[in-house]
Every structure is written in structure tokens, then in C-alpha cells.
Design a protein around this ligand. Sequence first.
Ligand code: ATP
Ligand code: MG
Length: 324
Amino acid sequence: MDRNLSLITPTGRLTLGNYLGALRRFVAAQDDSSPYACFFGLSDLHALTTPQDPDVLRATIAEMATLFLAAGLDPARATLFRQSQVPAHRDLAYLLECTAYTGELNRMIQFKEKGRGVPSTRVSLYTYPALMAADILLYRPSVVPVGDDQRQHVELTRDLAIRFNHTYGPVFVVPEVRTPASGARVMDLQEPARKMSKSIENDSGVIRLLDPPDVVRRRVARAVTDSDTGPDAVRPDRDAKPGVTNLLDILDACGGSADGITTYGALKSAVTEAVVATLEPVQKRYAELAADPAYVASVFADGSARAREVTASVLADATAAMGL
Ligand code: ATP
Ligand code: MG
């Protein structure tokens, strides 16, 4: 069976970008025939590659788990799990660290940008690609859809799998890398050249999934546009008008239409209305689910048990192949 596998790291509260670009796609991908086809996880171990306050991390994980369900993920049609509850991830990560070269990790752009040369950088940020390779290889997907920012890590995953299979025998399925047609890529409302991101420090250009309507309205109202005033000012042009283009993209992704809209004020009102309408059912469901945290925890405990079940043989094969 081919697997659909995606992880989100609880490094911040989920954004509109995470919803339109990830969660909503996960919901569309759920499989009516078997929850074994789709694995959606919280990569909580990856969160520890940067400093996190334990209480804040716990709360972020709980909120994110609840939002997975509130967004429409269905434990009967997808497996929802937590990486930290499936020890095979860290077990295989160590074995893969024993096959990766420091030269390979040194080349990783994300590490170069975020950590290299910074004295308090955690070792785990450096070795993160080995854990990510384990995340993937344990589930044997034949294709990994990946955004540009993670492409290099998946290429490394392929290199490690090929090397392992060559050295120790054919244990891993070597996944193809696929960059999906970009679809909804939500940009930061204040800095529309940069994508909206849950972990950013100054989040004034970010809409969170649980933001109430008045916060959405305020953030959209303050969104950066440009000084065009002509009758055709409201039009997409990614290079010349990134702010306006982003608002049009959000409007479209949230089911609204810019037909007949000629001013930025009217555009922002339409965006606010469409975003609020998109978030409302998720927030309503969230409120119900948040009243029953034991249920949410049990969904993830069951899913993690299933993830342990399907990953056990891959880990066992890799361990034995290396002579342990
Ligand atoms: P971080 O700042 O921690 O990297 P992030 O918001 O970029 O947070 P990720 O954990 O990197 O989120 O990605 C989770 C999922 O959300 C991925 O599938 C990613 O493609 C998607 N995603 C993240 N940001 C956006 C965005 N602005 N627009 C569309 N999809 C997004
Ligand atoms: Mg990211």
C-alpha cells in the first residue's frame, strides 16, 4: 500500500497558511478504505531542536492535536500520531546518523542559515536531517511531496537510503521527491515577500487558526498593499504587487471572489469575511473538542500505537542488517 505521510512541528500555533497549505489538503487526502494509507503526525521531537519552554510546548502540542481533529481529520480514515510516542523514529535516526557523513550535514542549507556558528546551537539541529530521514523511511512511502524548503532534506533521505541498501542490504524503499503544484502559499501580511510562518517572532502579519474575527479584521486591515489607485489596482502581479496578490490568493482559497472589487478597502473587507467564514466551523469544532482533552489524547494514543505497529518491522530490519 502506498502511504501518504506528513508531519507538522509544534513550534508555534497553527496559522491560516498551515490550514490552507497543509491541514485542508490532509483532510482531502484521507482514505475511506483504510486509516493505514494516511499518516499525519505532530513532529514534537523536531520542536526540541530549538529552545522551548516545556509548559508552552505542552500547550502547543495539545492545541495542535485538537486542531487536527477540528479541521476535519478523521481517525477512522487517517492515522494521527505523535512522533515522540513512536520510539522507532529516534531509534532509526541514530542508525542513520551512523551512515550519514558530517560533510553531508554541513551542506544542509537550513542548518547553515539557522545554526552554524551560533554558539548555543543544539546538536540536534545539526543532526535533524537524520531524524527527518527516519520519519520518512519508517513508513515506506514511494513519493514524498515536499515544499522547496525541505527538498534538500528529502534528497539526503534518498542518499542515505540508497547508501544503506547498498552497504547493508535492501531494507528501505527509496522515495521519489515531488514538489506539488504550489497551490495555496499564504504570504505574511506585513512582509508579503516571505511566507506566513507559525514560528516567526514578530507575528503581526500572521493569522492564527484560532484568531477571533476582530483579530482577523485588524490584521487584514493593516496588511501591506501598495500605492496604486487606478481602476485596475486590484489585480494579481506577484512581483510588482505582492501584498495585493497575496490578499487575492487568500480570498480565492477561502472561497471568496474579487469580481467587481476595485478598491483595497473593499478587497480587505471581502478577505476578512471569507477568512472568518473559513475559520468559523474549525473554531466551533475546536471549542467542543477542547472540552474533552482526554478524547483528543486517546485519538493520538491509538494512532501512535498503529504507527508503532507499522514501523516496527522496518526498524527491526535496519537494526539486524547493521549487525546488532
Ligand atoms: P515554522 O516556522 O515552524 O517552519 P511553518 O508555518 O513554516 O512553521 P511547517 O511546520 O514548516 O510550518 O509546515 C507545516 C505544513 O504547513 C507544511 O505542509 C507546509 O508546507 C505548510 N505551510 C507552512 N506555511 C505555509 C504557508 N504560508 N502557506 C501554505 N502552506 C504552508
Ligand atoms: Mg516551515
